[in-house]
Unconditional design. Structure first.
Lengths: 1195, 299
């Protein structure tokens, strides 16, 4: 019997076109994701091959979720609902079929069909791989690589989703409920995703609760290297296994619930009871009641229309607002937001103050739910009358179509308004709970009722348009979802990346306390006007085609649309078109005429051509800048500046120079007014396309001779640009650097970086930096080959309410013509890298050891000024004592808007983003980031400024890793060891995930080439470890000598990493020399773990800990292939006890010589220990740092 | 007051011809449209109620073109569809008031009076605060009539209103309808002959998309006078009778078939003449025994 039910289901479903359509969708998406460059679904990049097992797993997983779960809800939700809709229930239930046979027959049949559909993913991937066999970005075909993710992820996902959706459909007999379940699952996923955030603690929980296994796979492979990604499949073990087991049990439970909860009744008993109550009322006929005849006054003026719109809108508002799915979606969105609020905007686990601007970004996360609501309810509202079968009565009323449509729009708008108000309330509550009561109500309303509200109106209009034209609810939903996918992923790929193609684009962006929405407001206004024009056109078309009556044929609807295209519609469409075209022209004029617009392909092509035509000049000898003298007038309210001045250029080579190569900055809005030399020179060749000019001197510049180059550049912000505006020139918070001024010769910074791009434009793959021993590289410092050290002087002017700052000491400050003027001059040569800032600043000033310390900050951002001040003082104290004296008499920190999140060290000047440090809320025990970042930037005054390293591979190890070390040492003095450990745990995680997402190759520290995860993260870990092994004093002694020998090298030769290592080697005992190799010269990893720790108590009250542990040492190559190497190491062994307060305390910590993998040790401690382990405080790089320590078992 | 239907045809995309060249002329009063299921009644009703565009033909109501100026018709129209649902969680009074606004009754006081009046008239007053979703079939049908009468319509279209009603409900409903014919054109589409017989001064019979007759019910009965004969026949002889005589209808009476036969003269001595009724007229037209309009119909 059950066989027959299954057979019926299979036969029925196999004949349905939808089954094959769904199969086709998954097949094609999987195949194209692999084989078509324009569709990327989390595939491999760089060295990770397109069909690497990890990439195949990711594609399988993503497709199994989207569109997978969406399709599944349709496939598994319907089998029971169908019997209700087609009213076949009564017939089925009166047969001898049992409940089990019916339910499980339907379930198994549908499950088989679902599996068939999902096998499209598997076959699609296999086909894609086979098509591309032989392609260099593909691995040789391996069936198991394709099959295993299907078995580990897709199959369980199908089983999980099927059971849940089947339950939803069977128990509710309502498809909407099934969709709701899908959304609920999405919520759980998002919840898990939100938990993931920054915090290291939650990852395992996240991996377990994710219903789709997406986060699980991410967590499992978070530290996989390129080599592992290319060879390793996800095994059904550990987190993956537990996650699958948890969710499969949920699925089993759902099936059981379906069986026991399902009643084979046509009318559910509960509802019947309710009905009979109404029926029980006995009707009495009033005999011969004569109705008093009233002739109603029918009006059709504007007033009644408003009345109709208002009446309908209220009805629709209530219909949405009271419906269960809406409450569920909105409620779930709020819950997710609440969870995200808990882990709000943390940097190394340290939160940022919940300012209104930041809370608005958090609230922005609700937009996803707004979109879900819009997709569903525009369809629901349009179909409202038809769904309740009221449309014949409704459509026969004399209400005009425009009234109905307006009412539906208004009803929806009321939903939006109420939701926005609720979100604002939620935001305020978050701020109150976070203890940040500075609530900017005006900002809430300004942003939510412009950016968010407009976004909602635009997509509501689109939803009505799509649903009207498509005129089939489910297809309408699908088209809307497709639209979002196309908008987000496809437009750019097919060359339509201009924002004018991207519906509803051009938002306000993020809020800066300093600059507010600043220069984003103007383009926002125009883009919104443009999109409202578009939306108005959509609404006119919607109106013309709106469904009225029972006839759904496109032909009839076209005919009707023609009838309806009467004067008001013509006027309406003309106005909308004028608005759209007019504002469109204006936007285009701004983005493409006033400003230069390039697609990303055009930009790449320009970069490629630049290299092809000009790299011939890369090694050309040029004079060096020895003096820079500028006058820069900043006009913040226009976002303009004028810079005029001169360089003194000196021929430091031993041959005469005939040509000067001038490269102007690659910056829209910047123009050269003039450029001239104080000796005769003519432009002999101009590469206008690249702003590159060759000046030929009439008489060659002899060695030792100088030439003065006068120039003036104008920066003019004209209108607005298509992409990200230039945030460096702002109304309040201008911060730009020397790159705006002319530079000398070819700039390899403009070259294409990624291997893929270089291949596409026929350029050889190139290492980003010169080899460590390259003479040209060694002869220039990290700031480029234009100069060694320069004399620097600058005059600044800005508007009267702002302060303008540049490196150097303030010579004079005055007011003139209503503007503030400043004159700065540096008293000693400095590197050729300077910043110019202007903003409305408050100033905090202190003196430390006759050095002036100043912080220029935005009013209201006083929170951490004392921490920064302390950071400056402690740094100066530590660095001048241990490295060398500070070279200036002054240090200044200046805040700049949070469009970027970094701090940067210039001579006696550190611009510091408001997004980091200034607004962080440092609680007891949290990592003091303002202090740390200050110490790091202070250290650059030594590492980078006193000792600028050579422009070769590995250079960032000298400036960045040493600054990390220096800052850690300062932090160690101020804060507990635990805080340092906490900080280093983040650094370790970032290093390991950084190497996991490497696309080219991981390099050892001494060869690092612009890889943050190496020079910052690994640098911090190994340097901290080095000072632990050989002593802080020894490291400092080495650095002091290094500084002595290499500071202020004026020309000819700058240090590379080998130069630095020599100093480290000199202070390292022979037994520890291997550390230099492990830490700096190779990629070395450990896998340390404690297997067992037991104790025995001896008679004298001592405890002996028997530790059984394992240590494995690996060496990895640049792709992450690992080989085990023999141990000749010193590794920490530690035993913990407990203080009375219950906190861990180290009873024993000693380095032990480790010569073999298996370790058996006895350690005697005087107090009863609780835990013991190997490398207990994670000084070595270890991917599983948690298993190093184990609780002690009493034997 | 006149509703004029000219050469109306409707062909659906699947090839079904729901209406073939239908022309009708309707005046004030009750008009019955009789026809079997699937005859094209509902299609015609929907076209008249501006819910559907015909493939060809025209409909004029007084000076208005129904197809081109649907809004003018809608102002004057009261329509009760064959089947309808309502919004959940809404009661009769609220929905009627809401519909009154949609029909253009702006004055709140007036609306309240009208709604109350109609609720009383349709005997729903005591249930006015009850959710419509809890109404019985008859109550819902009466609500349907109430909403159709909201704006004092001059064209009232009721499509199969008595289908599914028990006899008592049906009587109440027809009483209600009979009051309406004074001031308006009322089109009652039905497959139940009794409905038309009791209410309509004018009628048409439609089958397979074609109007078979239009005229006064009584006149049409006169056409058949002396031409209808009946006989009770054994079941096994039924087929033989059908072959020999022009059988208009058959029905079981106490388990035995009784047939009505159309014949100008007495077919044989066993047949009894009967006084024809509207049902005989209906079946005569449907089975093709009679063709053309009764000539006696008043101009």
């Amino acid at each position: 019997m059950i066989g027959n039910v299954i057979k019926f289901e299979l036969q029925y479903r196999l004949k349905r076109p939808a089954t094959w359509l769904y199969f086709g969708i998954l097949f094609l998406m999987a195949c194209l994701a692999l084989s078509w460059d324009n569709l990327t679904v989390g595939g491999g990049t760089g060295q990770v091959k397109e069909n690497a097992p990890v990439a195949l797993a990711t594609i399988s997983l993503i497709l199994s979720v989207l569109p997978g779960f969406f399709l599944m809800s349709g496939l598994m939700g319907v089998p029971i609902v169908r019997d209700r809709e087609y009213k076949t229930e009564s017939m089925l239930f009166t047969t001898t079929l049992t409940k089990g046979q019916y339910l499980f027959g339907r379930y198994i049949g549908s499950l088989l069909i679902t599996l068939l559909v999902f096998s499209g993913i598997l076959f699609g991937l296999i086909t894609g791989s086979l098509i591309k066999t032989g392609n260099e970005d593909f691995l040789a075909f391996n069936l198991w690589h394709h099959l295993s993710p299907f078995l580990v992820f897709v199959l369980p996902n199908v089983l999980i989703g099927s059971a849940l959706f089947f339950m939803g459909g069977a128990l509710s007999r309502n498809l909407l409920f099934v969709f709701m379940q899908g959304i609920l699952l999405l919520m759980v996923y998002l919840l898990a995703d939100g938990l993931l955030g920054e915090d290291l603690e939650n990852r395992n929980i996240v991996a377990l609760i994710d219903p789709f296994g997406l986060n699980t796979s991410n967590v499992v492979s978070q530290y996989w290297t390129i080599a592992q990604k290319n060879t390793q499949v996800y095994a059904m073990e550990g987190l993956v296994l537990f996650n699958r087991l948890i969710w499969l049990s949920v699925a089993a439970f759902a099936l059981a619930a379906t069986y026991f909860g399902y009643k084979m009744e046509v009318v559910s008993t509960r509802r019947k009871g309710k009905k009979s109550k109404t029926k029980a009322t006995v009707e009495k006929l009033l005999p011969n009641f004569v109705m008093h005849q009233i002739s109603p006054t029918l009006t059709d003026g504007f007033r009644i229309r408003l009345q109709q719109i208002w009446g309908l809108a209220r009805l629709y508002f209530a219909e949405i607002f009271k419906s269960v799915p809406f409450i569920a979606i909105a409620g779930a969105g709020m819950v997710i937001m609440g969870v995200n609020a808990v882990f709000f905007n943390t940097i190394y686990g340290t939160p940022v103050y919940a300012s209104t601007g930041l809370v608005l970004e958090l609230i922005g996360g609700f937009n996803l739910f707004f979109i879900i609501i819009i997709v569903f309810y525009t369809g629901e509202l349009l179909w409202r009358e038809r769904d309740v079968r009221f449309q014949q009565i409704f459509d026969a009323t004399p209400t005009p179509n425009w009234v109905t449509l307006s009412a539906k729009f208004l009803g929806f708008t009321m939903i939006h308004v109420v939701m926005i108000l609720l979100l604002i309330l939620a935001g305020i509550l978050i701020q109150i709970f976070k203890g940040f009561p500075e609530i900017d109500l005006g900002l809430y309303f300004r942003y939510m009722f412009s950016d968010t509200f407009f976004f909602l109106l635009l997509f509501t209009a689109l939803g009505f348009f799509v649903h009207t034209l498509v005129n089939q609810k489910f297809v309408g939903h699908a088209v809307m979802i497709l639209f979002f996918i196309v908008n987000a992923f496809v437009l750019g790929e097919i060359g339509l990346e201009h924002k004018m193609f991207n519906y509803a684009s051009g938002g306000l962006g993020n809020y800066s306390d300093m600059n507010q929405y600043g220069h984003y407001v103007n383009p926002f206004n125009w883009f919104q006007l443009y999109w409202f024009g578009m939306a108005a056109i959509l609404m006119v078309v919607t109106l013309l085609f709106s469904q009225r009556g029972t006839d759904m044929l496109m032909k009839t609807r076209l005919k009707l649309a023609r009838y309806r295209y009467t004067q008001p519609a013509i006027i309406g469409s003309a106005v909308a078109l004028m608005l759209f075209v007019g504002s469109g022209c204006f936007v285009y004029y701004n983005t493409n005429v006033l400003n230069e617009y390039r697609t990303s392909d055009q930009t790449k092509e320009l970069q490629a051509n630049y290299e092809k035509e000009l790299s011939q000049y890369a090694e050309l000898t040029q004079p060096k800048i020895v003096e820079t003298n500028l006058k820069v007038d900043i006009y913040p309210e226009q976002r303009d500046f004028e810079a005029e001045g001169y360089y003194y250029l000196k021929n430091l080579s031993d041959e005469p120079i005939a040509d000067m190569h001038i490269q102007l900055a690659n910056q829209g809005g910047l123009a050269l007014d003039y450029l001239r030399f104080d000796r005769e020179a003519t432009i002999s060749k101009a590469y206008d396309e690249f702003d590159y000019f060759i000046y030929s001197f009439a008489e060659r510049l002899s060695p030792g001779d100088s030439v003065k180059m006068d120039f003036k550049v104008l920066y003019d912000s004209k209108g607005f640009v298509e992409g990200n505006p230039n945030d460096e020139i702002a109304f309040n918070g201008t911060f730009f650097n020397s790159r705006y001024f002319p530079s000398l010769g070819y700039n390899d910074g403009f070259e294409l970086g990624s291997d893929d791009d270089r291949k596409e434009y026929d350029l050889p793959v190139k290492e980003p930096q010169l080899p460590r021993d390259d003479p040209r590289g060694l002869a220039q410092n990290l700031f480029g080959d234009d100069a060694d050290y320069i004399r620097f002087e600058i005059k600044l002017s800005t508007s009267a309410d702002q302060i303008a700052i540049a490196p150097g000491y303030l010579q004079k400050e005055w007011e003139e013509d209503g503007r503030r003027h400043y004159h700065y001059k540096m008293d000693q040569p400095m590197v050729n890298f300077y910043s110019i800032l202007s903003a409305r600043y408050e100033k905090l000033e202190e003196v430390w050891d006759s050095i002036n310390l100043e912080i220029y900050y935005h009013k209201g951002h006083e929170y951490n000024l004392d921490r920064m001040m302390k950071g400056m003082k402690q740094s100066l104290a530590y660095y001048s004592k241990n490295f060398s004296p500070y070279q200036y008499q002054q240090m200044r920190i200046m805040e700049f808007p949070r469009y970027s999140s970094f701090a940067q060290s210039f001579a006696n000047t550190v611009p510091f983003s408001e997004g980091i440090g200034f607004t962080q809320e440092i609680e007891e025990g949290a990592i003091d980031m303002p202090f740390y970042v200050t110490a790091h930037e202070m250290a650059h005054q030594w590492w980078g400024h006193q000792v600028p390293e050579a422009g070769v591979r590995g250079n960032a190890m000298i400036s960045e890793s040493m600054s990390q070390y220096s800052a850690l040492m300062v932090m160690k003095q101020e804060y507990s060891e635990e805080m340092i450990q906490k900080f280093l745990a983040y650094e370790l995680d970032r290093y390991l995930s950084g190497r996991a997402s490497e696309t080219k190759k991981e390099r050892p520290l001494i060869e690092v080439q612009g890889q943050n995860y190496i020079h910052y993260r690994k640098g911090a870990i190994v340097m901290y470890s080095l000072q632990d092994y050989i002593g802080e004093d020894s490291v400092n002694a080495a650095l002091k000598r290094f500084n002595q020998d290499w500071a202020y090298k004026r020309q000819g030769r700058y240090p590379n990493t080998e130069d630095l290592l020599k100093y480290f080697r000199a202070v390292t005992p022979d037994s520890m020399q291997y550390l230099i190799k492990d830490m700096f010269e190779t990629i070395t990893l450990f896998e340390n773990r404690t297997k067992e720790a037991t104790i025995t108590e001896s008679s004298d009250g001592q405890y002996t800990v028997h530790l059984s542990a394992e240590a494995i040492k690996y060496r990895a190559d640049s792709l992450g292939n690992e080989t085990e190497i023999p141990l000749t190491d010193w590794i920490d062994v530690g035993v913990f006890g407990e203080t009375e307060a219950g906190k861990d305390t180290l009873l024993y910590l000693q380095k032990h010589p480790i010569r073999q993998k298996e370790i058996e040790l006895d350690i005697v401690v005087p107090i009863k220990p609780t835990k013991a382990g190997i490398d207990p405080i994670n000084k070595l790089i270890d991917r599983n740092p948690d298993d190093n320590v184990k609780a002690i078992i009493e034997s | 007051m006149e509703l004029r239907i000219d050469k109306l045809s409707q062909t659906y995309p699947n090839g079904v011809e729901a209406l073939k060249n239908v022309s009708l002329r309707l005046k004030r009063g009750m008009f019955g449209l009789l026809g079997p299921n699937g005859a094209g009644k509902s299609t015609l009703m929907r076209i008249l109620s501006t819910l559907q565009q015909p493939t060809s033909g025209s409909v004029r109501f007084n000076e208005f073109d129904v197809l081109r100026q649907p809004e003018e018709i809608r102002k004057r129209l009261g329509y009760l569809p064959q089947e309808f649902g309502v919004y959940p969680r809404i009661n009769a009074e609220t929905l009627l008031d809401h519909l009154a606004v949609l029909k253009g009754i702006g004055d709140k006081k007036q609306r309240k009076e009208i709604v109350e009046g109609l609720l009383v008239k349709t005997n729903l007053y005591s249930h006015r605060r009850k959710n419509l979703s809890g109404y019985s079939g008859g109550m819902r049908q009466r609500f349907g009539i109430a909403q159709a009468l909201l704006a004092n319509p001059s064209l009232i279209i009721v499509d199969e209103p008595t289908a599914g009603l028990d006899p008592a409900e049906r009587n109440r409903f027809l009483n209600l309808l009979s009051e309406l014919g004074q001031e308006a054109i009322v089109i009652l589409s039905t497959h139940i002959v009794e409905d038309v017989k009791e209410l309509c001064s004018e009628m048409a019979i439609i089958n397979q998309g074609t109007i078979l007759m239009q005229g006064n019910p009584l006149d049409s009965i006169k056409l058949l006078e002396g031409k209808v004969w009946k006989k009770r026949v054994p079941k096994d002889e039924l087929t033989a009778y059908k072959e020999r005589f022009e059988v208009i209808s058959e029905k079981l009476i106490a388990g035995q078939p009784q047939i009505h036969i159309y014949s100008e003269v007495a077919p044989d001595e066993t047949m009894e003449p009967v006084q024809p009724d509207l049902e005989d007229v209906y079946f005569s037209y449907i089975t093709g025994k009679l063709q053309g309009n009764p000539q006696l119909s008043p101009a």
